[in-house]
Write a protein that binds this ligand. Structure first.
Ligand SMILES: CC(C)(COP(=O)(O)OP(=O)(O)OC[C@H]1O[C@@H](n2cnc3c(N)ncnc32)[C@H](O)[C@@H]1OP(=O)(O)O)[C@@H](O)C(=O)NCCC(=O)NCCS
Length: 166
């Protein structure tokens, strides 16, 4: 399957809200999405495919870039289109995009029990940098702080294992 990565627009929000509700125990509200769309430090992209009159949203990502630090805030793939490599391709795009804007340190929090996401981030070169105790107030779950240092298209994990992006 082919998909297109493009900047996320307000017209995508209706579909994103559906994916969000199907993906998280405490989904972001429309207000939260709208405030990210207008925040100067916030960036957002979608992977879409053609679908008749309007593009079908397959995956989306929100992140902040602040100086050399990049914080990934939200990422989800439509439940019908998972395990196709879409989130990986969007993340790779974001690593490269943010690198061009000066991003070097990439950070995110993930629920300890979210095996799919932890595995995805590990596959992308992130490693666990710490545990945020009871970070998720809805379930009391711990958050794993995962990080990646990305410099000159070489990513370096905290354990000094190195590999080049494909
Ligand atoms: C996590 C999520 C974004 C992955 O999206 P995706 O488009 O299916 O991911 P990809 O197809 O690019 O998968 C890449 C890798 O992630 C891991 N992965 C993805 N789904 C997995 C699953 N169900 N179980 C275990 N590992 C999984 C695998 O390592 C996979 O590589 P592989 O296909 O070679 O095994 C998706 O499952 C999702 O939207 N989950 C709900 C929202 C969420 O948890 N977001 C992350 C919040 S931190």
């Amino acid at each position: 399957m082919r998909w297109l990565i493009q900047e996320l627009e307000q017209e995508h929000l209706e579909q994103i809200m559906q994916i969000e509700k199907a993906s998280f125990p405490t989904p972001w509200t429309e207000g939260m999405f709208l405030s990210e769309l207008t925040s100067p430090r916030s960036y957002h992209f979608v992977a879409t495919r053609e679908g008749g009159q309007k593009a079908v949203v397959l995956c989306y990502i929100f992140f902040w870039i602040f100086m050399e630090e990049v914080h990934i805030l939200n990422l989800a793939t439509h439940p019908n289109f998972r395990k196709l490599g879409i989130a990986s391709s969007l993340l790779l795009f974001v690593l490269d995009f943010a690198y061009r804007k000066g991003g070097i340190i990439y950070l995110l929090e993930v629920r300890e029990g979210n095996r799919a996401a932890v595995s995805l981030y590990q596959k992308m070169g992130f490693s666990a940098w710490g545990i945020r105790k009871k970070y998720y107030t809805d379930t009391g779950e711990d958050g794993i702080l995962m990080g990646l240092i990305y410099a000159d298209r070489l990513y370096v994990t905290k354990n000094d294992k190195q590999s080049h992006l494909p």
